[in-house]
Ligand binder design. Structure first.
Ligand code: NAP
Length: 293
């Protein structure tokens, strides 16, 4: 079994990004700049956003964090997004989800200029992804592609079960694994909560991407010998052995599944760290205007 080590891969990729920023600045260009908007004070969102900002600093990107109270009106938030769309010193803009109920998430997603949409959630980017055109790929699927690529995992002709069909992970992942590209060219089954005989689907699959948010859901009997298992899940579960009283659990029963796998990603230390790389790479691409809209 080979561990898909997000710590190792992301550290290498960050060094490369940092070197690229140094070159850009030496050539008289501005370093890429990511702006994050955080509404309210959801603990998990605070953690995610501060990690994104910290990672920007690590590779030499500029970053700004704009905070709003949870009672902000939709209009004020949309005005701020439009202002940032017009700000030439900002390359990428993300609005951390979830948002409070008075704000329409779809309106917010569509207000962000597709050329700054480094989360890849705007319909223009997801539509282009569907057609295998240049697009900002959502950070988590993008990170998984980079991980597969790094380990030289051939996906062509393989069967792949993706569990979960969210717009940010499962759905784009299924499209990317099915597209005529590398990684890709898989025969994909997209599973969700209404899927019947899910165990049989996964047990017959060469690759499993588990993105449903149910700790330990993928059990030994659901995985075939020699499978490639990608665990996207991040759920806080109570723990008597940590100071904080909780730990992060993935969607795969790692202890019992790992010995059957050819490759498996751990949680923590797997996909989560690659997601950050996806975001940083998208921000770099936005700064270099690599994708024309
Ligand atoms: P989500 O929006 O809640 O979607 C979950 C999906 O899983 C839905 O499509 C749902 O089906 C499906 N599902 C739920 N229970 C199921 C079951 N018993 N059997 C089959 N399918 C089931 O979640 P998400 O945002 O995609 O996130 C999924 C997990 O990944 C979460 O743990 C999240 O924290 C984690 N995550 C990790 C990263 C990272 O960087 N590692 C990034 C994003 C998310 P229906 O559509 O039928 O409801």
């Amino acid at each position: 079994m080979i561990l898909l080590d997000g710590k190792l891969v992301s550290a290498e990729m960050k060094l490369k990004l940092k070197a690229e920023v140094t070159e850009m600045v030496a050539a008289g260009k501005r370093a890429p700049h990511l702006c994050a908007i955080l509404v309210g004070n959801n603990g998990a969102s605070e953690t995610y956003v501060s990690s994104k900002v910290r990672n920007c600093e690590e590779v030499g990107f500029g970053s700004s964090l704009i905070r709003f109270d949870s009672d902000i009106s939709e209009e004020v938030l949309l005005d701020k997004i439009h202002e940032i769309n017009d700000d030439e010193t900002i390359d990428g803009l993300i609005v951390q989800l979830p948002l409070p109920p008075q704000i329409n998430v779809q309106k917010v997603t569509e207000a962000i200029s597709p050329s700054k949409d480094v989360d890849g959630f705007h319909p223009t980017n997801s539509g282009r992804l569907m057609q295998n055109l240049p697009a900002f790929i959502p950070a988590t699927p993008y990170g998984i592609l980079m991980m597969l690529d790094y380990y030289g995992i051939q996906t062509e002709g393989k069967t792949c079960a993706v569990i979960g069909r969210s717009n940010i992970v499962g759905m784009p992942m299924s499209v990317l694994m099915a597209r005529n590209d590398s990684p890709g060219n898989c025969t994909v089954t997209l599973c969700h909560s209404k899927t019947k005989n899910l165990e049989q689907v996964t047990a017959a699959s060469d690759i499993i991407v588990a993105a449903l948010g149910r700790p330990g859901f993928v059990k030994e009997n659901m995985v075939k010998e020699g499978a490639i298992v990608i665990d996207v899940g991040i759920t806080r579960v109570p723990s008597a052995t940590t100071k904080s009283g909780f730990k992060i659990a993935g969607d795969v029963d790692f202890q019992n599944v790992s010995s059957k796998c050819a490759y498996i990603s751990p949680v923590p230390g797997g996909v989560g760290l690659m997601t950050i790389i996806g975001l940083l790479k998208n921000t770099m691409a936005a700064a270099k205007k690599e994708i024309s809209f």
